[in-house]
Write a protein that binds this ligand. Structure first.
Ligand code: PA5
Length: 443
């Protein structure tokens, strides 16, 4: 079993430089944090509190059901995931990080409405060996249903009634149009627990079903997530407190997640959605106006050392950077010698992973010297337990931050409003009213 030990290397330094250790703020807030932890655990018993994600890592029986289905679907060479936002980003991130070199099925994500890539994808696939997953908690999201209409027709044209064996649905166990549709057509359907919201659903069938089909060991992911649960207060809670205090009291309003390693690029996208939708709120939990939320920003090391880093180090001092790096890169590639290129001799005999590690440390130093706070998260490896741990850690971090800001981290009224306007503009109820509002706003 790999060593599971994400640590905050720079946290003491961050605390010192921002006056958090000497001011006794941390001590005072630690009690607050412990009570937030107790409150979250207590509220998790209430199904309306949307804290069901805490117990998902324990749902090993459900995971086995998913594995049995993916064995039966061994005929599928391609799996198309139709879903958007929380119904896509987690699986996308983990598939990019963890897909085996030759996956049992290739995963394709349609989380957009751009006709050209959709048409291109259809042109590449064989309906006889394609499985389509329709993933929507609400069962009503326009982008997902629109893509489903296209893919269902494509399957039915090729397979007739057999299209039903090429579609599986992940949605609410009772409510919504997609659940009713699955029942009416006898489709295989997996539930999203009602008390788990989209961006917290990666360890429900929303994420586990596509990942299992793509060959990612989902039981190992859950094992890592259980570790994050066990260390929630010490690790996620502590990091949430740093992020909160640095934002509220030191003006670090932009939080940049900068993983080192191209495999982790989409983890940063998933993180951005998690923090933005959970913490960007106009009202606190009591309904008073607040307008809270640090701005999350995705970066990638070392690519963004040649882009964002200049701004991060020398631009406005309103950012903190969270670096994620792995101790064990898995496979590594040596850098061969080339005597005719002496200017690169410092690289000879090293490896790509050694270079990447030097880049991460170099960036941390460059930022720290300029007084820019950096938190470093070290993963033992880029493997399923470590990634399960990391994602569950970030969910806890978000929940703790929601408590500290006093907002409901589990709703997304702004997202829902834009969905309603889209439905209206596409001809559902409210069309006239939304047209009038568009004209008023000059949109
Ligand atoms: O996190 C969320 O709640 C959202 O991003 C949703 O996941 C997204 O809007 C898709 O919703 P649904 O799963 O209902 O189609």
């Amino acid at each position: 079993m790999p060593k599971l030990d994400p640590r905050f290397l720079e946290s003491r330094k961050v605390g010192r430089e921002n006056g958090l250790e000497t001011s006794e703020e941390l001590q005072a807030w630690s009690a607050e944090l412990a009570s937030a932890h107790r409150a979250l655990l207590e509220r998790s018993k209430d199904p309306t509190a949307m804290l069901g994600w805490i117990r998902l890592p324990e749902a090993t029986e459900e995971a086995r059901g998913i594995l049995r289905f993916s064995q039966r679907a061994g005929w599928a060479r391609d799996v198309v995931v139709l879903g958007i936002g929380g119904s896509a980003l987690g699986a996308k991130a983990l598939y990019q990080a963890l897909a085996p070199a030759t996956p049992p099925a290739r995963l394709h994500f349609v989380d957009h409405t751009d006709p050209v890539p959709v048409a291109r994808l259809l042109g590449q696939l064989d309906p006889a060996t394609t499985l389509v997953l329709v993933i929507s908690k609400s069962g009503g999201t326009a982008e997902t249903l629109a893509a489903f209409l296209i893919f269902r027709r494509w399957l039915a044209d090729a397979l007739g009634e057999g299209w039903r064996n090429h579609v599986a649905v992940v949605t609410d166990p009772e409510k919504g149009a997609l659940r009713a549709y699955a029942r009416a057509h006898g489709l295989t359907a997996f539930p999203v627990p009602p008390d788990v919201g989209g961006r917290f659903s990666v360890f429900s069938p929303v994420g586990l079903l596509p990942l299992a089909l793509g060959g990612v060991p989902i039981e190992d992911l859950l094992m890592g997530a259980r570790r994050a649960n066990a260390r929630a207060l010490e690790e996620a809670g502590k990091s949430a407190l740093f992020l909160y205090l640095l934002e509220r009291h030191r003006g670090k309003r932009i939080h940049v997640l900068m993983p080192y390693g191209q495999r982790l690029e989409r983890v940063a996208d998933w993180f951005v959605q998690l923090h933005a939708e959970s913490l960007g709120k106009a009202r606190d939990a009591r309904g008073s106006r607040v307008h809270t939320g640090p701005t999350p920003l995705a970066a990638l090391g070392p690519t963004d050392q040649h882009s964002l880093l200049q701004l991060l180090r020398e631009g406005p001092n309103d950012k903190l950077v969270i670096v994620v790096r792995a101790e064990d890169p898995g496979k590594d590639l040596p850098l061969p010698e080339d005597p005719s290129l002496p200017s690169a001799s410092y690289l000879f005999g090293k490896t790509l992973a050694v270079l990447q590690d030097a880049e991460a440390r170099g960036t941390t130093l460059a930022l720290a010297e300029a007084g820019r706070p950096v938190l470093t998260l070290i993963l033992p490896a880029i493997d399923p337990p470590a990634l399960g741990d990391l994602l569950q850690f970030f969910m806890w971090q978000t929940a703790f931050m929601g408590e500290l800001y006093g907002v409901n981290a589990f709703d997304q009224p702004g997202v829902e409003l834009a969905k309603t306007y889209t439905y209206a503009l596409m001809g559902r109820e409210g069309y006239q009213e939304v047209r009038r509002r568009l004209e008023e706003e000059g949109v």
